[in-house]
Every structure is written in C-alpha cells, then in structure tokens.
Design a protein around this ligand. Sequence first.
Ligand SMILES: *Cc1c(COP(=O)(O)O)cnc(C)c1O
Length: 372
Amino acid sequence: MPRPILATVHPEALRHNLQRARDCAPDSQVMAVVKANAYGHGIERCFDALRAADGFALLDLDEAQRLRALDWRGPILLLEGVFEPRDLELCSRLHLWHAVHCTEQIDWLAAHKTQVPHRVFLKLNSGMNRLGFTPAAFRSAWARLNALPQVDEISFMTHFSDADGPRGIAHQVAVFEAATADLPGERSLANSAAILRHATSPLRGSGNGHLAADWVREGISLYGSAPDYPQHSAADWGLLPTMTLSSRLIGVQQLRAGDTVGYGSTFTAEGDLRVGVVACGYADGYPRVAPTGTPILVAGQRTRTLGRVSMDMLAVDLTPVPEAGIGAEVVLWGRSATGAVLPIDEVARAAGTLSYELMCAVAPRVPFAAVA
Ligand SMILES: *Cc1c(COP(=O)(O)O)cnc(C)c1O
C-alpha cells in the first residue's frame, strides 16, 4: 500500500467558484488564472471544470502550450508577456495574448516577423510598482504599439496592490482611468479580491463604461479561498474548497504529564494525552512553521497539531476523537469524507502565510487522486 497521503481536486467546487465570480461581475468576461500549475492543483486536472471560463491567464509558456494541447482554442493571456524575443514565435503560433509592460517588449514586437498580428494587453503601473508603464510613459507606449503592423488589438490592464485590504482600489482605478481615458480597447483590472469586494463599485457604473464589460482575472477565489481572510471566510463569500490534502494516522502514543512530542520537545503534555502520528510532513508541502495548535481534522473532528512538524510526520491531539486509531482519516485542509471542512485559510493563517503558498507548495511526492 502506498503511503497514505493524498491530494484531491474537487472539480464541482471549481465550477461553483467560477460561477461565483460570474455572479459578482455579471457584465464581465472571466479569465481563470491558472498560473503556477493552477495554483498547485494541476492544469490538466482542472481544465474540464474551468472550460466554462471565457479565457485563461498564466505566465509560463509551457503552461500555455499545455492548454492548447488540451484543445483549448479560446483566449490565453500571458500575464507577464514574453521573456525574450523568440517567445513571440510561440505567441504567433498558439495565438496567445500577451501583456506588454516594458519598452523592451515593444522593441521585440517591432522586430518580430509574423503573418499573425497579436492582441496585446498594455500594462499600466497604477501604483503596485511591480510591472507596467508609468502613467507618464503610457501614452507613448500605446502610440508605438498602435503603429506596429505586428499588433492588431490593444487592451489595457493593471493590477491592484490592496484590493483585499483597507486601502482599497479607488486610487489605482483613478490612475488607470486617467491614463486610458480616451483610448479605445478592452480593460482588465480585477483580481479575486476586487471581484468579490469591489466588482459592484466602483468598477461597475463608474464613469468609464468599459470597465463593466471587460475582463476580470479570477485566481485564488476560484480555488475556494477567501482573498481577504480573516475579514471574510471562504464560506462568507460562498466559496467551496477545491483541494483536499488528506492522510491517515500511522501511529498512536499515550503520553503522561511531562512527556514531550517531536523534535526540540516544543510541546509538553500537562496530563494524560493520546497523540496521533500523521503521515504528512514538510516534505509533502505542509508548512514546517505551523505551530502547536494548528487546526486539523481527524475522522472529521477538529483538533490541533502538537509540537514541530517533521519531514514526513506530524503529531495531533486525539482528545476530541478517543476512538481514532491507526488508519483514521486525517484532513490537513479541505473536505473530510464525513463532509466536515477545514478551510485552507485557517491553516495558512496559523502558519503565518496565505493559502496561495500552501496550495502551490504541495510537493511532487504527494499523489493526486484521479479526477472522475
Ligand atoms: C495572480 C494574478 C491574478 C490573480 O490574483 P488572485 O489574487 O489570485 O485572484 C490576477 N492578475 C495578475 C496580473 C496576477 O498575476
């Protein structure tokens, strides 16, 4: 029998979460963001559930090729554009849309020989200061692109730094609207947090009528996680978990007062305590920094981790599940066979990180269950 750790993707939850974005932004087309191998879920595993999206967004050319190999003929947007001139050949061949965020990318396009003019998304740096042209440089970038025979359609994009937090998006929307005001073309602004928190205002019904009809880029909420946890939970947003990381108990220890658990003896029992040992450790992608008390499900019951996470194992408190023994189901995050759910956001928070990182970190040695 293989080691009992297993990751499971829930396609019906992906479908449901995609529909949630549609409900929030009914006038927009939805790009499913599947970068980082669909946030660790596996592009091929998610594809069927996500083919109802209007397009896909990602950044590895290899992942774009995999989508085309799945016979996806609709839009694919390269969020970071091309990394070197010869990537443009693949864009021409596979009909990829690509972001243009720096003058070098325009130079490469100008030198690119193609029969197939490209659709590009000119990216504005509206305050994130990661990728994009400054407002001052934006118009001349547009004018250069507009004059290129290699380009047949120019759309506009920007990315929000604070859609999930108190600073919000209004300041960046204002910068975007000023920079793009009279330029023709489709717009794409919103990530998951903006879709859920701000899609009804000011994006919709703002002075710029384009914003409603264009493209939103849904990432993390597609994967069932609340972008603004803990202010809102996934359940608050009506999102369902799309990934379960599960394993089983492979050992049980009976502790007495003063006994300790694991490396560094960081946990000491105050009295009699039954401890379960789970086949899951940091080499599986579970965060080593998750402290004693991180939530976990055993046989569908919520309990807590104890002591340090080691490479291949971690320990849990069996007090709430006195009947659980070797072979009992353990859910690190996601959904138990009993129907109980442990939101990945809660585990991430306990470990001082975000669900994004946990999903993307599931290790290659963890097998995925076949998706029906
Ligand atoms: C990753 C990414 C998104 C999706 O962000 P979420 O917070 O996961 O919804 C959208 N746009 C760009 C440019 C991205 O890089």
